[in-house]
Design a protein around this ligand. Sequence first.
Ligand code: DP6
Length: 332
Amino acid sequence: MLPRHATAVASPNIALIKYWGNTDDALRLPVSPSISFNLAELQTRTSVTWDSSLTADHVVINGHPVTGPALERVAHHLDHIRALAEHAGFARVDSANNFPTGTGIASSASAFAALSLAATSALEMTLPERELSALARLGSGSASRSIPDGFVAWYTGEDHASSFAESFAPTTHWSLVDLIAVVSQEHKSTGSTAGHRIAPTSPLQAARIATAQERFECCRDAVLGRDFAALAEVVELDNNVMHGVMMTSTPPLLYWEPLTLNLIKLVRQWREEDGLAVCYTIDAGPNVHCICTAQAAAEVENRLRALPGILDLRRATPGAGAHLVSTPTDPA
Ligand code: DP6
């Protein structure tokens, strides 16, 4: 039988309201809803070929064959797709990011979104967007949000089928810019998967969960109304609540570097004293995402470039969800 092949592209996303902690770790059912937008300029491109001559899954990331836990995580995700498609074969996966892996920009969201779309399409399965988003969630929770376009909400849901992400405003709705200040290129010591598992050990997680829906609705309203002042307030609050949980977990997760805190203070100062429409949010690492309006972006970028210690600065704007692409090497 001829190998069956497809290529998909997906972007990572930045959460304005964060995902941290699950009610079911195996299914990645989150304790609270989250909101994000895809980062258009950053992309993962993944080709999947189901090949009956293979005796195991074969995975290449950024040109290097992977083994160990990284291979197991991809193979486990392919198991979900094999089960769904009632397909017994193995696949060759070739995935590459257009952003350097060392920049500390999480790639699991774009990786599992692109993998889910390419692997199902290669088996000629056309899943409705909600099902594709739920499937991507099994690989990495935040990958569910890289499937739809534009501004995206991921609902908590009660079970596998109801925990999916969907778009609530198109990409063109609000021309926000994410200026990512790369503070460290070191590999983080505790990844998100381990972090989600210990979130319940924090005495603050119950309070975070109890107030999460309110922040989610407030953020969605701020995005829909293009109200930057309201957005900044809720994005920073939600970020601080999540990092409060991280810092008070057992063991504590301290992702910030001194420069992270300096940037937090500067961003607030630029907004409150200089009137610049910018706010900060930080994932499971030290890098600072400076979310600003298109009007403020050039000035914020100049100020960030003038600061010592920032290793790299990336600019990203709201982008499309996962989509298929044709490649010259696609079989006819
Ligand atoms: C802090 O989606 O990376 O970036 O499901 O284990 O892959 P896994 O976790 P992941 O967690 C993201 C955590 C976060 C916040 C967010 O993006 O919402």
